[in-house]
Design a protein around this ligand. Structure first.
Ligand code: NI
Length: 177
């Protein structure tokens, strides 16, 4: 459908709580998701939330094929998740680098739950219920944070581990997610 421009940090809409989807399997919803897919693919992202293209609805997409940018990260199946609910499965947290298409050119170390269960719906209203860990769990937490108006810099504990990608990782080709 269309590649949309991604809102950047500072935009008030990114700080809003997104509304739940009330009607599944309608053309407007499929069109929104296609725009999100086109935009994420164009930017080589690992995930995208609807508010990032200016739509304050509880829709996220994510997925990651090995070897784009994080050679050590696990594959994450491509997923379209609506009205998500996250439940940590333990209190264990781990820290790792994150970036965001709404915070271009930067990276920071963000603590996330290691294991969690996520529930929600696909675009047709079919339930999704998965228990995941590691990078999959991290991506879900990052994307679902967008629906609560939270950007990853708001979760950083040590701002000495936040900076510009080309300075932090010189010579490496790292694309924003
Ligand atoms: Ni993001």
């Amino acid at each position: 459908m269309a590649i949309k421009s991604v809102l950047k940090m500072g935009e008030p809409l990114l700080l809003q709580q997104a509304r739940p989807v009330e009607q599944f399997d309608i053309p407007q919803l499929h069109a929104l998701i296609q725009d999100m897919r086109d935009t994420m693919a164009d930017l080589n992202g690992a995930g995208l939330a609807a508010p990032q293209i200016g739509v304050s609805l509880q829709v996220v997409i994510f997925g990651f094929e090995k070897n784009q940018r994080y050679p050590d990260a696990d594959e994450v199946p491509f997923t379209i998740l609506l009205n998500p609910k996250l439940t940590p499965l333990s209190e264990d947290m781990e820290e790792d680098w994150e970036g965001c298409l709404s915070v271009p050119g930067m990276r920071g170390i963000v603590p996330r739950f290691v294991r969690l269960r996520y529930q929600g719906f696909d675009p047709y209203g079919t339930e999704i219920d998965r228990s995941v860990s590691g990078f999959h769990a991290r991506v879900v937490q990052h994307e679902c944070d967008h629906l609560q108006g939270i950007l990853y810099p708001m979760r950083i504990r040590d701002f000495r581990q936040f900076g510009f990608t080309d300075v932090l990782f010189p010579g490496q080709q790292i694309i924003d997610d």
